[in-house]
Design a protein around this ligand. Structure first.
Ligand code: PMP
Length: 764
């Protein structure tokens, strides 16, 4: 190399050091007085033309600002680019001046530094407005955000399914939010790679920009979309840092409103490009460590980006460029509009209801730019707006949606998939559109199969809103405003080992409760068709059935000709961590199972699963048909839910995060006497709030915690007969950090309010 450089540039007394670039090799060349960068690229016609265009850009920039950008150096023959054979390989070669300075990635970020960064970028872009290059304009490649989708082919190189799905999510958001407005965004040639290692700082200000190898004719705003992630890495308040750069850029080169509208998604897009290419290069070019230099920080920021409401980002960016923040409608107006046509019998959560406009995985976004951590909603089981679920629905909706009177593969595909999760005896399935419809159908089938009319139900149980479902739901019929208990209903006590009659949860309480059931059945005035219960009574305040209870009760029901129904609408699909279905915890196999809520992640779908003999007797009656039940779109969506549970190992996550979450609540219980009981499994937990030194419910405190958590942007609910149990059942992608945040905030609320309440409220 020394000889080559001496002969090609007439340099003497040089020292050469090899440097790794992203996809080329550079050499740092020292003479006794100067430093240069000698750059080599494996020859292709395209690379030759691009390097030429890059040099032209540098010459153009040089006209107005020297020493801020590298200058091409002439070869001895007067050319600026030469094709040479180096180590037997044909290479495009050129030499550039070396710029002094420290990398932005190596210096402490200050406001002044970031201001000069924004300023420098605006400076380049202002100059480049007058620069044209058809070669640069014709280039389409992965590192230009306008061609983001070229990176989709790398997604499968990301080893972890959760990471992959996060990436899918932001791709989907890009397609929804950026693609439609792309034709309206200004385009010009930009540097397009102002990353930490291409920006130089001297004395606390940006002094130079190097590496013009990613020049692109693309959206002007991409200059910032590329630069901002590096400014945000490892910052507690990324939007503030981003806004500094944005503001100073805007002061020199004004940004348009439509550009800041999409900046949140463009920044995410740059992160996607980074993580996709890192993953790809780890497989195909593992020895190039430079290719994954930002990988860790990029992943961290991408996950952090999820917790930022896009509206919050947009408003921060708007303020930075002197536009007013977008204002949401006043809550009063939104409420008033709702009540215009919607009855108040549809209740709202919280003293201050929340106006939701978006969601992603375990987060929900409101109209004011707030992000809520969802520790409550169990329906978006695999995460809100999960990209696989969305894509499966979109794909199938665009192809075929019809009813079960035609043949289509999705019905049998899903039936096979979901039944594989059940014991072999449970081998027939009927599709409906809600848990209520499933309850209704299950009761109809039970009565039909047994020819009995009596239904045994659980105290505080809830199974839906149809007339039949209400009739069998103590939670509804026993409400002061309810319709009362029908004479065919036998209500049995909740086998609760905290508040109940028997409290020894070693199996003996379960036996004693079952014994009571036996007596109740014997004394009831009609034979029982079915006994329906949840494995953990959700509306009863997340009360798990006492150990061994169902094992004793099921034979009693069956002995007198009845059948046993497990309502898995809340507890199913791996939420309990140790079990895929709640009945497994009691070591029984029901005759009928009903499922709903999480089944299709929020798409309306429910089902009844039963044993063959029940299906056979049901088949002797009138046709069963549900217009929407089991349609191809629902089946495709439900299939994707099962796939995600598996690939993201969400049942295992429910177990590990759930155990941790429960232990955090138990730690709180030791410190605060207002926590009487912590119960449940996996990510289905209940925390009983009581008055100190008793087991009297403290409804007021439970409500206060719930509402104050809402004010701290955490969603949780209360339930149970006294509405005094904190109920948490988040999407299964919930993390340990999320769990810690919830319990830390509860502790802060208790510290502030519980000990400060007047003593009469504290003691009984
Ligand atoms: N069963 C249980 C245990 C439920 O929690 C619910 C709904 N909360 C239902 C049935 C009824 O389901 P849906 O609201 O889908 O009709």
């Amino acid at each position: 190399m020394n000889n080559l450089l001496q002969s090609e540039f007439g340099l003497t007394e040089i020292e050469v050091k090899r440097l790794n670039g992203y996809d080329n090799v550079n050499y740092l060349v020292y003479t006794t007085t100067d430093k240069y960068i000698f750059k080599t690229y494996i020859y292709t016609d395209e690379i030759y033309e691009m390097v030429k265009a890059e040099n032209e850009t540098l010459f153009f920039l040089q006209k107005s600002a020297q020493n801020k950008y590298p200058t091409p150096i002439q070869f001895s023959d007067g050319s600026f680019i030469k094709v040479l054979i180096i180590e037997g390989v044909k290479q495009v070669c050129r030499m550039l001046t070396f710029l002094e300075g420290e990398f932005l990635g190596d210096v402490k970020h200050t406001k002044k530094l970031m201001e000069s960064f924004g300023n420098t970028l605006a400076d380049i872009d202002l100059k480049l407005q007058d620069f044209k290059s058809y070669i640069i304009g014709a280039k389409q490649w992965e590192w230009d955000i306008q061609y983001l989708t070229l990176n989709e082919k790398y997604i499968d190189d990301i080893p972890n399914a959760k990471d992959r799905n996060l990436v899918h999510y932001f791709f989907q958001q890009f397609k929804e939010n950026v693609l439609p407005v792309m034709p309206t965004l200004r385009k010009q040639i930009i540097h397009n790679d102002a990353n930490d290692w291409n920006v130089l700082a001297t004395n606390g200000e940006v002094s130079g920009i190097i590496d013009f190898g990613d020049l692109a004719h693309t959206f002007l705003i991409n200059e910032l979309a590329v630069a901002i992630p590096y400014v945000c890495f490892d910052k507690d308040n990324p939007l503030e840092w981003a806004s500094i750069v944005l503001k100073s850029y805007h002061n020199k080169l004004p940004i348009q409103e439509r550009e800041v509208n999409v900046l949140y998604y463009l920044i995410a897009a740059r992160l996607l490009i980074s993580v996709c290419n890192s993953a790809h290069s780890k497989i195909y070019n593992p020895e190039n460590s430079y290719a994954s230099i930002s990988e860790k920080s990029a992943w961290k920021l991408l996950y952090r980006w999820l917790s930022i409401n896009p509206l919050d980002a947009e408003n921060s960016f708007r303020i930075a460029i002197d536009l007013p923040a977008l204002k949401s409608q006043s809550p009063e107006k939104v409420l008033q509009r709702r009540y215009e046509h919607i009855s108040p019998i549809l209740s709202l959560s919280y003293d201050k209801p929340i106006h939701m406009v978006g969601s992603a995985f375990q987060y929900m976004y409101d109209a004011d730019g707030n992000t809520f951590l969802d520790a409550y909603n169990n329906i978006p089981h695999v995460g809100h707006s999960h990209p696989k679920v969305v894509a499966s629905g979109q794909r199938q909706m665009a192809k075929l949606n019809t009813n079960s009177r035609y043949l289509y593969d999705q019905l049998a595909d899903y039936a096979e998939k979901v039944l594989a999760k059940f014991p072999d005896e449970l081998n027939k399935i009927y599709f409906v559109n809600s848990g209520s419809a499933a309850t209704d159908l299950a009761i109809r089938m039970a009565k039909n199969h047994t020819n009995h009319q009596g239904i045994m139900v659980m105290e505080h149980g809830y199974h839906g809103h149809t007339q039949t479902a209400i009739d069998i739901s103590d939670y509804k019929f026993n409400n002061p405003k309810g319709q009362g208990q029908k004479d065919y209903i036998l209500k049995t006590a909740i086998p609760d080992t905290y508040r109940g009659k028997y409290t020894l949860n070693d199996g003996s309480a379960g036996k004693m409760y079952a014994n009571d059931v036996n007596n109740e059945i014997n004394n009831f005035n009609m034979p029982i068709a079915a006994f329906i219960a949840e494995p953990i009574i959700g509306c009863g305040g997340q009360v798990p059935l006492a150990k061994g209870y169902l094992k004793e009760v099921y034979p009693v029901i069956r002995k007198q000709g009845g059948i046993c129904i497990s309502d898995e609408v809340q507890t199913g699909f791996g939420r309990l961590g140790d079990y895929f279905w709640g009945f497994e915890a009691q070591d029984v196999v029901p005759d009928i199972v009903i499922i709903g809520k999480p089944m299709a992640n929020g798409h309306p779908m429910g089902a009844v699963i039963c044993k063959n003999e029940i299906a056979e007797s049901f088949s002797k009656g009138v046709e069963f048909f549900s217009s929407f039940g089991g349609n191809p779109v629902s089946c495709a969506i439900a299939s994707s839910v099962l796939e995600v549970i598996e690939e993201e190992e969400l049942q295992e996550n429910a177990k590990t995060v759930g155990d941790y979450y429960k232990s955090l609540f138990m730690n709180l219980q030791e410190k605060y006497k207002c926590i009487g009981d912590v119960r449940g499994n996996g990510l289905f937990l209940g925390v009983e709030i009581i008055k100190e030194n008793s087991i009297k419910p403290d409804t007021e405190l439970a409500h206060l915690i719930k509402n104050q958590l809402r004010d701290r942007n955490i969603l949780i609910s209360t339930d149970g007969p006294f509405d005094s149990v904190l109920k948490t059942k988040p999407p299964l992608c919930f993390t340990k950090e999320n769990a810690l945040l919830v319990t830390t905030q509860i502790e802060k609320i208790l510290e502030k309010t519980y000990y400060n309440r007047d003593s009469s409220a504290k003691i009984n």
